[in-house]
Design a protein around this ligand. Structure first.
Ligand code: F6P
Length: 323
């Protein structure tokens, strides 16, 4: 390619800026012209596309959010919308794309690259970590550390009042944020969509701990859990244990923001660099992942379809350590 475009799409995640910086600077290193496409696919459809230089990505490696902004674009879902997007890319002479986003964004890229001959390289950017072909997604480490710090604070007040706290974390239909933050904060129960939640078992556990006068009771619930999330769990527990002092806290979008951790900056830098390398080598339609600390290239097709395998042993660890 001679001119490449970079965009961020779907929910933002901390570290996306570090990835943009890596794509722009690596592209410039190879003598490519690099264009920033604003607001994801919406910018492609609306021709919100601007050339970038080294200075455009100065002082952003430490910033959360995305300087290119992001959106979920309905028009790009239609063949007419994609045709307009393609014409806009042609107008600028863009002949390679780097898409930083989650599986929804890659689905769009995959359809687009089947219709038009523009190689697309995906970089996994989502706090949910729900992607196959990579051990890390940009933003997960920061989000999960934000959740851990928040839950630690909740533990202080839970302890002071002898309260049972139910904390809901994000993750859409994946339980990684809940599982990782729950283990790291010593939660008694971690409720995730990947497994069926047994409410009776939780109530029995809480009753037994009440007898032992256990000091702190924390339940971490993934928003996508089959119970319906934190509020629903709170209602169920209050119904069954009317004497328990229960509070529900929904962490929400605080998990999406903030300065990225070292790990997120590092993987974003590596993935951004390798995404451009892929384009230079003539690779088409792959996602750049990291598996066992090595770069791993997965066809976008598979990235969209496969889910990461969930390690059930972690649940056993939760049970044993919280007893
Ligand atoms: O995919 C990232 C994510 O933060 C999910 O964890 C959450 O379910 C969703 O996005 C929230 O979306 P929105 O920002 O549109 O409310």
């Amino acid at each position: 390619p001679t001119k490449i475009g970079v965009l961020t799409s779907g929910g933002d995640s901390p570290g996306m800026n570090a990835a943009i910086r890596a794509v722009v600077r690596t592209g410039l290193h190879y003598g490519l012209e690099v264009f920033g496409i604003h607001r994801g696919y919406a910018g492609m459809v609306e021709d919100d596309i601007e050339p970038m230089n080294s200075r455009s990505v100065a002082n952003i490696i430490q910033r959360g959010g995305t300087i290119l902004k992001t959106a979920r674009c309905k028009e790009f879902m239609t063949p007419e919308g994609r045709k307009i997007a393609y014409d806009n890319l042609r107008k600028h002479g863009i002949d390679g794309l780097v898409i930083i986003g989650g599986d929804g964004s890659f689905r769009g890229a995959q359809i687009f690259s089947n219709e038009y001959d523009i190689p697309c390289i995906g970089i996994p950017g989502t706090i949910d970590k729900d992607m196959a072909g990579t051990d890390f997604t940009i933003g997960f480490d920061t989000a999960v550390n934000t959740a851990v710090r928040a839950i630690d604070k909740i533990r202080d007040t839970a302890d002071a009042h002898d309260r049972l706290f139910i904390v809901e974390v994000m993750g859409r239909d994946a339980g990684y944020i809940a599982l990782h933050s729950g283990i790291a904060t010593g939660a008694e129960h971690i409720l995730i969509p990947e497994t069926k939640t047994n409410v009776e078992e939780i109530i029995a556990g809480l009753t037994e701990k009440e007898k032992r006068r256990k000091l702190v009771n924390l339940i971490v619930v993934a928003e996508g859990d089959d119970t319906g999330g934190g509020d629903e769990v709170g209602k169920m527990v209050k119904e069954r244990l009317p004497n328990a002092d229960v509070r529900v806290c929904i962490l929400g979008h605080i998990q999406r923001g903030g300065s990225p951790t070292c790990l997120d900056r590092l993987i974003a830098s590596r993935m951004g660099y390798h995404a451009v390398e892929c384009l230079m080598e003539g690779k088409h339609n792959v996602m750049v992942g990291i598996v066992n600390n090595r770069m791993h290239y997965l066809p976008l097709d598979n990235a969209v379809k496969a889910k990461e395998r969930f390690n059930k042993e972690w649940l056993r660890i939760v049970k044993i350590l919280a007893s």
